[in-house]
Design a protein around this ligand. Structure first.
Ligand SMILES: Nc1nc2c(ncn2[C@@H]2O[C@H](COP(=O)(O)OP(=O)(O)OP(=O)(O)O)[C@@H](O)[C@H]2O)c(=O)[nH]1
Ligand SMILES: [Mg+2]
Length: 324
């Protein structure tokens, strides 16, 4: 039984146990899922203690560099920092800790930080497939700040906001008049906006920040009473990083009273989400369904029947032979 021994190690904050536990919960092997479930059940009561921050933004916006800068600031403040990042370059990161690939060389040297890259191939909706499970492991191990890097392609912000207390969006200078460059849905979910790389485009950055502020004034706040803020920073020069950290702290203070309620609502979201995934998985794995799906799909593709007719037909047959 792997689960109990890992659990003790994780709860004691042992880094090797944490790494093993993460590998177990991220495993896609069916035979690991029981042990992973047991492990998570053991760790669950000890989770929930960290501030969870998701960092989103377009590819190349500097998310990884920014997480390193903020992480180092947090470590300096005495925090224990866990980073859950997507490693875009490797299909399987084989346990080697990110180094240059994930652009957090200094943070990965810190004894108060643990960086866990997951392969980009495992991502769903812009965050790693097992990010929520990884958060549980990290929190049970005593990390009190979890930084989550998204892959930053549209879509990712819903999942990111459903697993974090704060969604921080990195914006590049000159990336659009006000909100044009950023999708409205994304903006509505974000709690902090950071116009990044101001070391190279200082004036453009100021203008972008003003435009964003103007646009935000028209939007409904994501987490009342917190009012989203726009800040400017550079992870290269370090300018503005401390102000971002202060804004993160202010957000925490303003939203802490509502945090438990928000997290319960998030659990409900994931309950439905996972149930949907699971049911789809199980349903489409059934022999009868597997056999019928391609025929129906090609009938829909060729226009012989409508999508709705295909669904009715498949479900009707399944009910008929009791496979549903
Ligand atoms: N000038 C300047 N360059 C930066 C800054 N932050 C990051 N960069 C550069 O921007 C490039 C992308 O940085 P990353 O941190 O990898 O960006 P990312 O958003 O994580 O990229 P993906 O994960 O690949 O989407 C790198 O060449 C960095 O050196 C900054 O504050 N100023
Ligand atoms: Mg990155």
């Amino acid at each position: 039984m792997k689960a109990p021994s890992y659990a003790e190690g994780v709860l004691a904050g042992d880094r090797r146990s944490v790494a093993r536990a993460l590998t177990l919960v991220e495993s896609r092997r069916p035979e690991d899922s029981l042990a992973a479930g047991e492990l998570l059940a053991r760790l669950w009561p000890a989770s929930g203690r960290a501030d969870r921050i998701a960092v989103s933004g377009p590819p190349g916006a500097g998310k990884s560099c920014f997480i390193e800068a903020i992480g180092l600031e947090a470590v300096e403040q005495g925090r224990k920092v866990a980073v859950l990042a997507i490693d875009p370059s490797s299909p399987r990161s084989g346990g080697s800790l990110m180094g240059d690939k994930t652009r957090m060389p200094r943070l990965s040297q810190s004894a108060s930080a643990l960086i866990r890259p997951s392969p980009a191939g495992d991502s769903v909706g812009g965050v790693a497939k097992r990010t929520r499970e990884a958060i549980t492991v990290m929190e049970a191990a005593g990390f009190d700040l979890v930084l989550i890097e998204t892959v930053g392609v549209g879509q990712s912000e819903v999942a990111a906001s459903q697993l974090s207390d704060l969604l921080l969006l990195l914006v590049l200078p000159g990336s659009g008049d006000g909100l044009q460059g950023i999708k409205r849905g994304v903006t509505e979910l974000s709690d902090l906006f950071v116009v990044h790389k101001i070391d190279v485009q200082a004036e453009e950055a100021q203008r972008t920040a003003r435009e964003l502020e103007g646009a935000l004034a028209l939007l409904r706040p994501s987490q009342p009473p917190w009012k989203p803020r726009v800040l400017l920073a550079s992870s290269v020069s370090g300018e503005g990083i401390q102000s971002v950290w202060e804004a993160i702290s202010a957000h925490r203070e303003a939203t802490l009273p509502g945090r438990e309620a928000r997290r319960r609502a998030q659990q409900l979201y994931w309950f439905e989400q996972r149930l949907r995934e699971q049911l789809w998985e199980e349903f489409t794995q059934r022999t009868e369904v597997k056999a019928r799906m391609p025929e129906l799909a090609s009938a829909v593709r060729s226009g012989r029947i409508s999508a709705d007719q295909a669904v009715s037909q498949l479900l009707g047959e399944c009910r008929g032979n009791k496979c549903l």
